[in-house]
Write a protein that binds this ligand. Structure first.
Ligand SMILES: [Zn+2]
Length: 249
């Protein structure tokens, strides 16, 4: 755990502040939010007591709670309103979803997020920080709403997409206590393995995650390849990963 202390979200490069007086920027990242009924195996939990694990954190206006997270995601991913990927609606289903944590379906403009009430109540029972867990999960899933993924030509790497979502979660201050770098893996193994690599790059190349996200523009008609790492840093992703593997922090 020692290495972790040098890589807390607070110590990574803070996102450049966007003027709070930019209503266009914030409006693009304020989706409408619906609490959905779900379907199939992922129907809404009928037990209000189990759902309260979420509402105790989100408060009486869960839409405002989630819109605030959406705006914060955008302030990490973007600098200008014109860069932001269009997204407008999120359906949240508080479903038992036993054995799951959370996942999203749909793409871009309109997505559905399943959040497991079974998982939240397990965290609560074990004395975990349910508030940090919910916020962390939503930072990850709402990053998927707004991040670029080269959807016009499908070149984006799935592991990288998941790594960026976790890196936004960590930069927002919601790194899970058990998250740690895995330097035995591969740069695109996704989630925390990729997220720690991206945070390492961010420390060496300012605004790296911002620029990497923009390189996957979904409307530029250019197919994304990992050569974007070389364009942004002068080194290939394999060179960078090898340096990362042997670096102390
Ligand atoms: Zn994800």
């Amino acid at each position: 755990m020692l290495a972790l202390t040098s890589l807390t979200a607070a110590q990574t490069t803070a996102p450049a502040p966007v003027s709070p007086a930019d209503p266009v920027f914030d409006a693009k990242c304020t989706p409408t939010v619906t609490l959905g009924e779900g379907e199939g195996d992922y129907r809404v939990d009928p037990d209000p007591a189990r759902k309260s694990a979420f509402f105790d954190v989100a408060g009486s206006n869960p839409e405002a709670f989630m819109q605030d997270i959406g705006r914060k995601v955008c302030h990490i991913l973007y600098r200008k309103a014109s860069e932001i990927r269009q997204a407008s609606h999120l359906t949240l289903v508080l479903s038992p979803a036993v054995g799951e944590v959370s996942f999203k379906s749909g793409d871009g403009a309109d997505i559905t997020v399943i959040l497991s009430t079974d998982y939240l109540n397990k965290v609560k029972k074990e004395g975990g920080d349910v508030g940090s867990e919910i916020r962390g999960i939503l930072f990850h899933e709402m990053t998927h709403m707004y991040q670029q993924d080269d959807s016009d030509l499908g070149g984006a790497d799935g592991g990288l997409i998941e790594g960026i979502a976790d890196s936004v979660r960590y930069r927002a201050g919601f790194m899970p206590g058990d998250a740690e770098p895995d330097k035995d893996g591969h740069w695109n193994d996704g989630y925390s393995t990729t997220a720690f690599f991206l945070l390492w790059l961010e420390k060496r190349f300012p605004d790296f995650i911002y620029k990497l996200n923009l390189s996957m523009d979904s409307q530029d008609n250019i197919k994304w390849t990992p050569d974007a790492f070389r364009v942004l840093t002068g080194k290939t992703v394999d060179q960078l990963w090898n340096e990362y593997k042997t670096s102390p922090d």
